[in-house]
Design a protein around this ligand. Sequence first.
Ligand SMILES: C[S@@+](CC[C@H](N)C(=O)[O-])C[C@H]1O[C@@H](n2cnc3c(N)ncnc32)[C@H](O)[C@@H]1O
Length: 248
Amino acid sequence: MNCTNLINSVIEGDCIEVIPSISESSVDLIMTDPPYSLGYDFENDKLSYAEQGAFMAKYLLRMYRVLKDGGTACICMSQEMSHFLYFVGLGSGFVWQNEIVWHRDGGQMPKKKFGICHEIVMIFTKGENHKTFNLDDVRVMSKYAETDKRLNKAGKNPGDVWYVPALFGRKQERIKDDLTGKAIHPTQKPEGLFIPMVKAYSNPGDIILDCFCGTGTVLKVAKDFGRNFIGIDISKKYCNIARKRIGS
Ligand SMILES: C[S@@+](CC[C@H](N)C(=O)[O-])C[C@H]1O[C@@H](n2cnc3c(N)ncnc32)[C@H](O)[C@@H]1O
């Protein structure tokens, strides 16, 4: 299968089998949210530590092959599993760039230890540096901008801790089942988490791959910002939801 046939489509299948059909060095940015072994009711979310490590190695090696030189891979992960991700990523040939702390509120609030209120997005590149890093498109205002005249008036580098509220209990962005009114996917991510990554690490017309696309959040953001996308999910139900969401 030629990569151009897959552009702006959502493919139903196991990404371990589908990614090899994408041409080598053809993707500008990989932005994806794999199963974290949290025990949710979707494929590969109940893996043991050993199985999770083996699964990561399979998808990371395949991702590395399809990424262009200097392309960026942004991989969401739980705090616990992010340690595996770091080492398996290096072992797959990637260069580590950042660990974005997604401060998201909500989540587990245990009684005998502090609450788990952040997740990780690990940022790797194929090669030493990002081929694209549009800092001016993602600058944020410093709280000292009014008083400290030395600061860049265009804003500052956003750093690596991002507060983006999760979709728990939020009504608008969450995709719900028409009949039951319940959330259709247990781990739908907020679009706001991916927007700065799309803007910083890609340009209009670039190709973004999400091989665990779920409801299509990454694909929606890619489309909104004029990027091309390839989505893969093993679930027919989620592929159909993603297609509907992006109007394809
Ligand atoms: C954490 S969810 C992604 C949620 C997505 N970011 C969203 O906002 O809706 C992970 C997804 O990976 C899919 N999945 C699990 N194993 C897979 C595999 N081997 N190949 C492709 N998709 C897979 C699941 O069906 C699930 O939708």
